[in-house]
Design a protein around this ligand. Structure first.
Ligand code: BGC
Length: 949
């Protein structure tokens, strides 16, 4: 239905825009391959994307042509030797699948594209972009896994935090080479250097995967880093996710607390040097490498590092270093079946730096440094002193009222770094690099004098995801909230979407990920990031089809399995990638997994197509985590599970349609209907209210907050029922009424938890209660987003009152993260409702701008809002402001897209577009007038719209 409308609209646009001049200026830019600019990829048929600009309005691409060649010189129509797509009549600008000659490992492919406009005029060729093929076959790895077992340091010595190994090898490169590539990975974490200089700028490589199944490698162009003659290859390894401590295993006294995948960190690297005659020399890790322990005495992701600079091996990265005291590296067998693949996501990097904002001396002589912002990262330390001076760094998100560092909320994460000086007169510099912390404050002790401004530099780390969103209003609280959301995303999108960056957790919790995924898309380009994590999810899927609590899934606690409200991430996240980026490949590649999950749900419902009370009582906690962190009586987890069942079936039906699986489409459409009917028969009373039988829950023991009792008539129930289209359209107003009523009965306050908060404001807006949504959004009373801001937050907190000026910390040592994005999922409403940017066709090829204007005015309200979203189809803008006699809107619609713009107005006569009456404007079409909005159909361009209401 949606698609049909979209085509009709596009057709109309073509006709009414046709005679409006030709545009030779249709230019393709921002060329990407597999979502990235000039990447290395091992996808054999990579997908190509570009964006279009044109000075002309209502512009579309009527056709495109792509050329791919083995050199930039060959990138002409007659000589493009890899692919000439010829002219393809199509509007596609994203995910165009390469369909040229079969590509081989290491091949560099140059490409360019041009587009024809609506009048059939070809634009200029784009600038040249390229991609490079990685190693497509595992057999091309000549490198072996090498490492050094800390047990070699002494029999029977048991380390809680073992030292980290160093590896080195000198090689000879012949003169005249033309290209050099380093392919490198580790089981654990690595830093690789060539002649003493780190290769690349990446951090925490090679990332976290289920290492039993796959490990990713990085590829670095090191042509300018090597020289003819002797070169020194060195690497430092650490334990990382592979061999270090993970999550709360220690806290819950799990029999295994570290080394979940293996005990000894291992390196696998090969340097390939190519000469003009085409022959290549490969230098690979093997038994001829030397290994040793050294200065890095302790190195753990969560616990931190200890570095004794006195134990450094001077010159170990230079040629001629005497490594006779070093041991031979040990070669370890590969695990058969383990895949070695190109890292598919943007790398984790240092994405910014922070300086100390203020410092305070503590009675014990230590100093507290305030970085002014809570974040995830590490530091650079610059000190001068005597050999043996010991600097200790502890990290925390908050201070106690007396100024002491608060670390209880880190639980078992030691989060401490220690640096022992060697006494260099020129000063010493150190960066803990195989660890990160979530912090705003640093306690530094052991200095001989007060810290100087350069003593500590904060290094922000995170997956380097292009920023795509901006959100600005005339309300300072809202602007701070948006900054908090952005920082929290930045602090937790670190290779995987983690729950929090500070305590002993940092896991890819699935509910956190799925409630926030749509919000995330508005802030950063998360396409490749979620492509990677979807693989992690599928790797972590249980044999019975359930998706896990967290992915990757080490065995942190025996009872951790799956939970309704969490496991659905396996469907929701790929679905969101499809909606936001038009990606169908992710659907196809995960289709079997997703189908398996749906089978699981079906089976688990015992043919009833819903989940009756206490269905999931076999889980731990019983019923799963439910509406985690909600207030008051619990929404029955089984009812929510049933909602999710229907919601997943709908998404599956739509995705089946997108990949042409018509049998599946039918199956899931029917499934969605069956589930709805079954669950409403059971959980809905004749007056439309949700109800539940509390008897099967007994006294609630074993359920999360089960002692509070269960109730189906809750904010969370209606918010989800509306958001997931659980009830038929005619019942929606009633659902909205119940929701609004429940809010009023609760003093206008939200009572929702993890599963109820995301849909709460969108559900209010969808049922005509936008004003109520605004009241909640702008509230500064507990519990609310504004309450956190009023209490000094710079990130989103796990609990609304994680800290209050009155009561301090109430939940410490248990669960009290100050950097937890789940409740930041309100971002979806901010962009989707307040700014009103809503995609109508996958990849924003057709979208809606339907701003909801704050009905109240004043300094504590929103009177002006400006939201930018750089979609995969180009930059979208929705800005509005209240004027003395109406509303002024500014809207941008990217080339090759169309939009329905909803202008708050009671009639067409009130609306002026770019100084011309809407009805008379040649560039737009007035579509309809309904519910206080005049709907305009517009093509690409920037529009200034005035509504005099
Ligand atoms: C995490 C959450 C997660 C939850 C499961 C917590 O400890 O930090 O965000 O989803 O456990 O309920």
């Amino acid at each position: 239905m949606k698609t049909l409308r979209y085509f009709v609209a596009a057709l109309l646009l073509l006709t009414f825009g046709l005679n409006r001049g030709s545009a030779q200026n249709l230019v393709a830019n921002y060329l990407r391959t597999e979502y990235k600019v000039s990447p290395v990829t091992d996808v054999v048929a990579p997908r190509l994307s570009w964006e279009l600009t044109s000075p002309e309005r209502n512009q579309i691409q009527s056709a495109y042509q792509i050329l791919v060649a083995s050199s930039p010189e060959k990138l002409t129509e007659p000589s493009a030797d890899l692919w000439n797509s010829e002219k393809v009549n199509s509007r596609a600008t994203a995910q165009v699948v390469y369909a040229g000659k079969t590509l081989t490992s290491r091949q560099i492919c140059y490409w360019k594209v041009r587009s024809w406009d609506k009048a059939g005029q070809p634009g200029a060729w784009s600038e040249v972009a390229h991609w490079e093929m990685g190693l497509l076959d595992k057999n091309e790895w000549r490198a072996q896994w090498i490492g050094l077992d800390p047990d070699t340091l002494g029999k029977g010595k048991i380390y809680q935090l073992p030292p980290a190994p160093y590896l080195r090898k000198e090689i000879k490169v012949k003169p005249g080479f033309r290209k050099a590539r380093l392919y490198v990975t580790a089981l654990g974490l690595y830093e690789f250097s060539l002649n003493g200089t780190k290769t690349g700028n990446d951090f925490l490589t090679p990332g976290w995967t289920d290492y039993d199944r796959r490990v990713y490698y990085q590829t670095y162009d090191v042509t300018s880093q090597i020289k003819s003659g002797t070169n020194v290859l060195t690497s430092q390894l650490s334990y990382g996710w592979y061999a270090g401590y993970l999550g709360y295993a220690l806290l819950v006294k799990n029999p295994v607390v570290r080394a979940f995948y293996g005990k000894v960190p291992l390196l696998k690297a090969q340097l390939e040097v190519e000469y003009p005659d085409g022959h290549t020399e490969t230098f690979a890790t093997d038994k001829n490498w030397k290994a040793s322990f050294g200065a890095l005495l302790e190195s753990d992701l969560m616990h931190g590092e200890t570095y004794d600079a006195r134990l450094e091996w001077p010159g170990w990265q230079k040629s001629g270093f005497d490594d006779r005291k070093w041991q031979k590296a040990e070669v370890y067998p590969d695990r058969p079946g383990r895949l070695v693949q190109t890292y598919p996501a943007p790398p984790v990097q240092i994405t910014g730096t922070l300086t100390v904002q203020s410092q305070t001396r503590r009675p014990d002589g230590s100093y507290i440094l305030d970085m002014g912002q809570n974040f995830a990262g590490t530091i650079r330390l610059r000190v001068q002193g005597k050999a043996g001076d010991t600097i200790r760094l502890r990290y925390g998100e908050k201070l106690f009222p007396d100024g002491q560092l608060m670390t209880e909320n880190l639980r078992m994460a030691r989060a401490t770094d220690t640096y022992i000086l060697k006494g260099d007169k020129n000063g010493e510099e150190w960066m803990p690099k195989f660890t990160y912390k979530g912090f705003q404050y640093i306690e530094i002790s052991g200095l001989r004098a007060a810290p100087a401004p350069e003593t500590i530099e904060g290094l922000v780390i995170g997956s380097e995801l292009p920023r795509v969103g901006t959100f600005e209003t005339d309300n300072a609280m809202v602007n701070q909230l948006y900054s908090n959301i952005e920082w929290t995303q930045r602090s937790n999108y670190i290779d995987i979407p983690t729950d929090c960056p500070q305590r002993d957790e940092r896991m890819g919790w699935t509910a956190d990920a799925h409630v926030y995924v749509k919000s995330a898309t508005f802030n950063r380009d998360v396409s490749a990031f979620f492509t990677k994590w979807t693989v992690d999810l599928n790797d972590a899927q249980y044999e019975n089809g359930a998706y896990p609590l967290y992915a990757p899934r080490p065995n942190l606690r025996k009872t951790d399995t799956y939970s309704p409200g969490w496991m659905e991430a396996g469907i929701i996240c790929p679905y969101q990638v499809y909606r936001s980026y038009g990606d169908t490949r992710l659907i196809r590649e995960g289709w079997v997994n997703m189908g398996h999950f749906m089978d699981f749900l079906e089976k688990r419902s015992n043919g009833t197509y819903f989940f009756t009370e206490a269905t999931f009582k076999d889980l731990s906690p019983k019923g799963g985590f439910g509406d985690w962190l909600s207030f008051g009586k619990k929404t029955p987890p089984d009812m929510l599970a049933s909602f999710y069942f229907a919601y997943c079936a709908d998404m599956m039906a739509e995705m089946a349609g997108a990949i042409g699986e018509s049998d599946d489409q039918k199956r899931f459409q029917e499934m969605g209907q069956k589930v709805r009917k079954a669950l409403l028969d059971h959980y809905q009373a004749s007056n439309g209210r949700f109800k539940t039988d509390t008897l099967p829950y007994g006294d609630g023991a074993g359920y999360v907050d089960g002692k509070l009792g269960f109730m189906a008539h809750t904010q969370t129930a209606y918010a989800n029922a509306i958001y997931m289209d659980i009830v038929p359209p005619k019942s929606m107003p009633q659902m909205g009424k119940y929701l609004a009523e429940l809010l009023r009965q609760n003093d206008g306050k939200l009572a929702t938890g993890f599963l109820g908060t995301k849909p709460l404001l969108p559900a209010l807006s969808a049922t005509g209660h936008s004003g109520l949504a605004y009241d909640l959004f702008l509230s500064t009373e507990f519990p609310s987003w504004g309450f956190e801001v009023a209490n000094g937050s710079t990130t989103i907190w796990e609990r609304w009152d994680s800290y209050t000026k009155e009561d301090g910390f109430r939940y410490n040592a248990a669960m009290n993260s100050f950097n937890h994005y789940s409740f930041g999922a309100v971002c979806e409403w901010m962009f989707g409702n307040a700014a009103g940017i809503q995609e109508l066709a996958p990849g924003y090829r057709h979208f809606r701008i339907r701003p909801e204007i704050d009905p109240k005015s004043g300094s504590d309200r929103i009177n002006r809002l400006r939201a930018g979203y750089h979609s995969v189809s180009g930059p979208i803008l929705s800005a509005w402001q209240k004027t003395s006699d109406g509303i002024l809107m500014n809207v941008s619609v990217p080339v090759n897209t169309t939009a329905e713009v909803f202008v708050p107005a009671d009639s067409a006569g009130q609306v002026v577009v770019d100084g011309q009456e809407a009805l008379a404007s040649p560039d737009i079409r007035v579509e309809s007038q309904a519910n206080g909005y005049l709907v305009l159909f517009v093509g690409s361009g920037n529009y200034e719209i005035v509504s005099k209401r």
